[in-house]
Design a protein around this ligand. Structure first.
Ligand code: SAM
Length: 225
């Protein structure tokens, strides 16, 4: 898979994409991630990328020209399966969306900033608009990282035990069951005996019951769906 990201603040993306599992996936050729600095395509001596909103009001808006230029340049180099814009008014991102996007070959992410981007960019290029939740962040970089992380961990080879990713919350239609590791007892708190019984069938059943109980308590909407 190849992922291109357009951002006015690349340092916000660089460190998280150069650590841990994502770094390993990049090093192993599972995913190629290229960050493009929007300011390189800015207008004039000061590389301007934003301007006042028509109609007045507070905040700046990302201009059309730099973004049209960079997206057209990238489109001339490859065909994108999706051009994604992370925005609070998009469809809320779910595990199913991560699953679907993990099957694609070329993805392009555009990170918004300030008040947002000129509507004509959305009308012309954007094929998917995603929100990561009902709250507003300062820019699209952190939401883009959330989505990329959710996608890349599903790519074969990123996680050693790929079955683990398939048993996480939401993949099974349930939240995950409680987890324990050594020591078996800590400050009077004991790990359930069944997890130490070695009886895999009983453990599987216990986990399923606990996951169902937890989902019922915390996310009954998931069971209704
Ligand atoms: N004026 C916009 C609104 O009210 O919907 C908010 C703009 S926000 C300050 C700047 C940028 O951050 C957005 O263009 C978007 O790219 C990103 N952003 C902020 N919150 C987000 C969220 N919950 N999900 C996805 N992207 C978000």
């Amino acid at each position: 898979m190849r992922i291109d990201i357009i951002s006015a603040v690349p340092p916000l993306l660089e460190s998280p994409l150069n650590e841990s599992l994502i770094k390993r996936a990049r090093d192993n050729g599972i995913v190629e991630i290229v960050i493009h600095n929007l300011r390189d395509y800015g207008l004039g001596k000061y590389h301007q990328i934003d301007d006042d909103p028509f109609g007045g009001g507070a905040g700046m808006v990302l201009r059309v020209e730099p973004i049209f230029t960079i997206i057209r340049k990238l489109q001339a180099e490859r065909t994108y399966d999706e051009i994604l814009f992370l925005t609070p008014d998009g469809k809320t991102f779910k595990q199913d969306d991560a699953n679907e996007l993990s099957m694609k070959t070329n993805l392009l992410f555009l990170c918004g900033r300030y008040k947002g981007i000129d509507e004509r960019i959305r009308q012309t290029f954007i094929t998917k608009e995603i929100s990561i939740g009902d709250y507003v962040l300062t820019g699209g970089e952190l939401p883009t990282l959330c989505v990329i992380d959710a996608i890349v961990r599903l790519l074969p080879g990123t996680i050693h035990d790929s079955e683990s990713a398939m048993l996480d919350s939401f993949q099974t239609g349930l939240l995950d069951a409680p987890l324990y590791t050594r020591p078996a007892e800590f400050e009077g708190m004991k790990v359930p005996d069944i997890l130490q019984s070695g009886d895999h069938e009983k453990i599987r059943k216990w986990r399923n019951e606990e996951a169902t109980k937890r989902t019922q308590e915390r996310r009954p909407d998931m069971l209704e769906n």
